[in-house]
Design a protein around this ligand. Structure first.
Ligand code: C2E
Ligand code: CA
Ligand code: CA
Ligand code: CA
Length: 277
């Protein structure tokens, strides 16, 4: 879609390919989709590696499109960023996550929720205020919210030179470094930042049962993170062997298909009931 030159006419690219057309259209439909309730969330349980107690859920966005069916987040998050609509989308997801958390609180269940934050969000000047207002609106204490940030966004200069991470932290919430190991940052860089937790990227975790190399990386991340006072979550745990290896290594929390797939609200409710008896 980078087709139009100064003339404003896409003369060098005579045909928009199918994918570009679809993306263009999805961009215009995003806002309405939120209003129509087509953008929803699912929740994936995160358990304590030792006790297997559920400690948190990660909120993952879903788009049920009337014509295209289920559109995965990897297909529209980036798009939302590009068209400047990631802010409203994030607010929408945060709202659904905190509403869920509130209903647990009403049942005396203190289960924390995690929400993914795009890199773009951290440079929005009103982000901290929006998060603060959302917590207050739902009456959820900051401690029950975790924001998952990507490595790239946190080491970005604009972010490092601003107080956004410290200001978010001051709301009492936890900051988690998502997809750890895939970017260029080192754990020592994290030491200067108000990060509470790292999530070992699933690309390493998925390979652990078959590759010693991946296991070694996981072990190293866990040891280093613990030395820096950080908690460690492993995502993408799909088999018992990996689960046992991670538990042995002292990994704090586990998430993955072995524990549960991401679940819609009603199914999470029955999952919780079945688990706690
Ligand atoms: P992520 O934050 O790394 O989320 C984990 C992804 O791994 C999810 O994919 C989840 O369904 C998948 N997953 C969980 N357990 C396993 C497992 O055991 N094996 C395998 N193979 N995969 C597993 P999903 O839901 O398609 O989300 C993809 C990405 O989209 C997320 O990656 C996240 O970066 C982004 N995303 C999702 N929801 C949001 C959101 O509300 N806001 C933003 N900014 N990004 C989001
Ligand atoms: Ca995540
Ligand atoms: Ca991740
Ligand atoms: Ca990912």
């Amino acid at each position: 879609l980078a087709a139009s030159g100064s003339s404003g006419v896409a003369s060098y690219h005579p045909v928009l390919d199918q994918q570009s057309l679809r993306r263009l259209q999805l961009g215009t439909e995003l806002e309405q989709a939120m209003a129509d309730g087509h953008i929803s969330v699912v929740f994936q349980p995160i358990i304590d590696a030792r006790s297997s107690d559920i400690v948190s859920v990660e909120t993952l966005v879903r788009w049920a499109h009337p014509r295209y069916g289920a559109i995965p987040p990897d297909d529209f998050i980036h798009l939302a960023e590009q068209i400047g609509r990631i802010g409203p989308l994030t607010d929408h997801v945060l709202d659904l996550a905190l509403a869920r958390c509130r209903r647990w609180l009403d049942q005396d269940i203190a289960l924390s929720v995690a929400v993914n934050l795009s890199a773009r969000c951290l440079t929005e000047p009103d982000l901290v205020e929006r998060v603060r207002r959302a917590l207050r609106r739902h009456g959820v204490p900051g401690e029950l919210l975790t924001l998952e940030l990507t490595e790239g966004s946190v080491i970005d200069d604009t972010v490092r030179n601003s107080s956004v991470l410290a200001d978010l932290h001051a709301l009492g919430l936890r900051l988690s470094m998502d997809d750890f190991g895939t970017g260029y940052s080192s754990l020592s860089q994290l030491r200067q930042l108000p990060i509470d937790e790292v999530k070992i990227d699933k690309s390493f975790v998925l390979g652990m049962s078959t590759s010693q190399g991946e296991s070694f990386i996981a072990r190293s991340i866990i040891e280093l993170a613990h030395n820096l006072g950080l908690r460690v979550v492993a995502e993408g745990v799909e088999d018992e062997l990996t689960r046992n290896l991670l538990a042995e290594m002292g990994c704090d929390k586990l998430q993955g298909f072995l524990v549960s797939r991401p679940l819609p609200d009603e199914r999470l409710e029955s999952w919780l009931l079945a688990r706690t008896g």
